[in-house]
Design a protein around this ligand. Structure first.
Ligand SMILES: [Zn+2]
Ligand SMILES: [Zn+2]
Length: 426
């Protein structure tokens, strides 16, 4: 009897398909199973990727610290160590964000702080372009241009190369260099689709418009509230203000302070470490309620979570800033439908603890994205070539399906938007 041993690789989609959140993919060779990301879906109750028995997993890749990619990894550390591969910076930022997740949603989580600690003890620090063996697979991380420390992953087995872009941005921003797209030969591309139906405005135009608007508000004696996520967007705004030599008060609140203290130690991950350091040195840091109240009373910029005005100190600031018409609220992140930020943009009203508040301050939005837009996504598919199999995930259902269709018709490449649970043989 002849036993045929297949050398084939299997890819299984565990989450983050036809949706944004709980990203997770398994790559399985004959001997090794490697997971890439194991995120969480943040909602009223959190959602998790499909279950994988920990004894069948050889390692996990952490592409970046955002919770939709990192938030459920500690579930693999309940029974002990399990290697996690990522950049040293991603681990530090992930620890910060997952600790915060445990504080806020601990009741709903299947793991606790001790398991996060075991995860941190299991980390295999992996620099960009430094290949690592995981069983019979080889893993290489490439700069993603998305957030500091973020990576794309190339997994290789028997000459077959799979590229998982994770969240990426191929253009330079104030904070980061654009993604490293020197991919070499790729057989399978797994790509994000967050902005598959949108083109981003030219970055320079966005920066100039932002700075002009901020100066107008401050020079009329107003305060500008910039609600921003603590890791990534807050630092981007700090760098832009510094780059344009903004000379008025800049105040930073929330976890961004802890994130900045970490980033200060990793200047090489940033496009211009010196610019970042001098931006940090000239900013004011909120230490308590007194500082917070004072900040709202003087002309300047306040950068504070949350990006979509849900939670953080958003309610305090909105209460104090939105009533006066000389002030402004400038949204710099994507506002998901039904979020307080989206409602503010659509209706000019803000809902505080069930009460609707009329907003007298100016409200505006600026596209400081850290993801590729439609054109860049298509270009990446083109770069990888016509012989690759393409999978699209990390996008709303219609965005994943639409991008698959466009890539197929425009480039003649096989593109699919898989569902969670789908398995493909490569
Ligand atoms: Zn991300
Ligand atoms: Zn993401």
């Amino acid at each position: 009897m002849t036993i045929i041993i297949s050398n084939s690789l299997k890819i299984k989609f565990l989450g983050g398909t036809l949706e944004v959140g709980r990203s997770a993919v398994a790559i399985k060779s004959r001997k090794t199973q490697l997971l890439i990301d194991y995120g969480i879906m943040i909602g009223f109750e959190p959602g998790f990727p499909m279950h994988v028995p920990p004894n069948e997993v050889d390692g996990i890749v952490l592409t970046h610290s955002h919770l939709d990619h990192s938030g459920t990894i500690p579930i693999f550390h309940i029974r002990g160590k399990m290697p996690v591969y990522g950049t040293p910076l991603s681990f530090e930022l992930a620890k910060l964000l997952i600790t915060d997740l445990i504080h806020i949603s601990g009741y709903y989580l299947p793991f606790e702080y001790l398991d996060l600690q075991t995860m941190m003890d299991s980390c295999v620090k992996t620099n960009y372009r430094e290949p690592r063996k995981v069983g019979d697979l080889t893993l290489e991380l490439l700069e993603s241009g998305h957030i500091p420390g973020g990576a794309q992953a190339i997994v290789e087995s028997n000459g077959k190369r799979i590229l998982y872009t994770s969240d990426f941005n191929s253009s330079n921003t104030g904070l980061l260099r654009g993604a490293d797209q020197d991919y070499g030969n790729i057989d399978v591309l797994i790509m994000e689709s967050t902005y598959a139906s949108e083109e981003h405005m030219d970055r320079k135009t966005v920066e100039q418009r932002f700075i002009n608007r901020v100066i107008v508000i401050v020079e009329r004696g107003g305060t500008v509230l910039v609600p921003a996520f603590s890791v990534g967007r807050s630092q981007e705004i700090l760098c832009i203000l510094k780059k344009f030599q903004f000379k008025y008060s800049v105040t930073v609140d929330g976890m961004a302070k802890d994130a900045n203290n970490i980033l200060r130690r990793y200047p090489n991950y940033l496009r211009d470490g010196e610019l970042f350091k001098s931006a940090l040195n000239s900013a004011h840091w909120i230490k308590g309620w007194r500082d917070r109240r004072l900040a709202t009373k003087k002309p300047g910029v306040i950068i504070s979570p949350a990006g979509m005005l849900r939670g953080g100190n958003a309610i305090f600031y909105m209460n104090n800033i939105s009533r006066k018409k000389e002030n402004a609220i400038f949204l710099v992140s994507y506002q998901v439908p039904n979020s307080p930020g989206r409602k503010l943009l659509d209706t000019g009203k803000f809902i505080i603890r069930g009460k609707t508040m009329k907003v007298n301050a100016d409200v505006d939005t600026f596209d400081f994205t850290s993801h590729c837009g439609r054109k860049q996504l298509i270009k990446t598919a083109e770069l990888v070539g016509e012989n690759a199999q393409i999978f699209l995930m990390h996008g709303a259902e219609e965005n994943c399906q639409r991008l698959a269709k466009e890539i197929k018709t425009e480039l003649g490449v096989n593109a699919i938007s898989p569902s969670t649970g789908d398995v493909y043989n490569i």
